[in-house]
Design a protein around this ligand. Structure first.
Ligand code: ADP
Ligand code: MG
Length: 323
């Protein structure tokens, strides 16, 4: 049983960034409007995620760390139209199996909050705690009990960069959430959460990148498209600045990438590709988010409307963009 736990944990928790991704997705699902993440040493020794979401009621705390404990899916119908980010009920169980986890949480209405501690899947402590409504997870010493996995971790700076990328995507996918990231005591991201995508883009990429953008807004055959594309003059040597989101989720989609670049054809210098921060809104039934546990690779039941929306939306923006 214990070995099976550790193997299952490996599928969800590959590295510190996967812990952060799961925890911040839980914060979003809990309705948080502010999320702060602090890490030390690439997250390997210390990761903290604090949110002001719903909190977890005392009676539900221990169960939340059980595998397949999810409060989010109740029926097969739910599974077919997933709107929350989490739904497998595996993250907390997996994280707790391979680290030392401390949880501080309080719901509205509860007289006292809860402090809970679980190391390597074994409950250590559960007691009253005074805390504001919301949830704080502190995850220490990732993979302390799985040395083989520890060996696969990269240098601190590489792991920290992977977490920073998760935080960037969080800010860009949820401009309505205030997002702070503190890396080895230094604040490296502070997205205000004013609901404006441009504010998030500014916080993540800075002034110069933001100045080179054209706003995009379009709707085509049930696919909504909004965000920013780069002016042709601000094109890049590689695709690292192409960011696509679908229904509030960062995705990789070959279809969207090809559509973007097709739309730019003829307006770019050789060897350059456009940058973008583009959101798509599409009915949940038309997206298969179940392709891979990391849920980044997305499959569309029908690729054509997505291609068309991006292609025509970007073309239209390029024409209106006074370029
Ligand atoms: P899932 O997200 O798939 O439901 P997780 O293992 O990630 O499974 O979380 C288990 C449960 O713990 C969630 O369903 C939720 O009820 C609760 N939970 C986890 N994190 C938070 C949080 N930050 N705020 C409120 N509830 C949370
Ligand atoms: Mg989850």
């Amino acid at each position: 049983k214990h070995i099976a736990e550790l193997i299952a944990a490996g599928e969800v928790v590959e590295r510190p960034a996967s812990v952060i991704k799961e925890l911040v997705e839980n914060s979003i699902d809990a309705g948080a409007t502010a999320i702060t993440v602090e890490i030390k040493n690439g997250g390997i020794t210390y990761m903290r995620v604090t949110d002001n979401g719903s909190g977890i009621a005392r009676d539900d705390v221990a169960a939340a760390f059980l595998r397949h404990a999810t409060s989010k899916v109740h029926s097969q119908d739910d599974l077919e139209s997933i709107s929350t980010l989490g739904f497998r009920g595996e993250a907390l169980a997996s994280i707790a199996a391979v680290a030392r986890v401390e949880l501080l949480t309080a719901t509205q209405g509860e007289l006292a909050g809860t402090r809970y501690e679980i190391d390597g899947g074994v409950e250590q402590d559960c007691e009253d705690a005074g805390c504001a409504q919301g949830t704080t997870f502190v995850v220490r010493d990732l993979f302390y009990n799985t040395p083989a996995r520890m060996k696969f971790l990269k240098k601190d700076v590489v792991e920290a960069n992977a977490i920073a990328a998760v935080m960037d995507r969080l800010a860009l996918s949820h401009p309505e959430i205030s997002v702070r990231f503190i890396r080895d005591s230094r604040e490296t991201l502070n997205s205000p959460g004013d609901g404006k995508l441009k504010s998030a883009v500014y916080a993540v990429f800075g002034k110069e990148f933001t100045a080179g953008l054209i706003p995009t807004e379009y709707e085509w055959n049930g696919v909504k498209l909004w965000g920013f594309i780069s002016k042709p003059s601000a094109a890049r040597p590689n695709r690292s600045m192409q960011h696509f989101f679908i229904n509030g989720r960062y995705i990789k989609s070959r279809t969207a990438m090809v559509a973007l670049e097709e739309a730019f054809k003829g307006s770019l210098m050789v060897g350059k590709v456009p940058a973008c921060v583009l959101h798509m809104g599409i009915s949940f039934q038309a997206v298969d988010v179940n392709v891979h546990p990391s849920k980044i690779e997305v499959r569309f039941i029908n690729e054509k409307p997505v291609f068309d929306a991006v292609y025509h939306g970007v073309k239209t923006a390029l024409h209106s963009g006074d370029v």
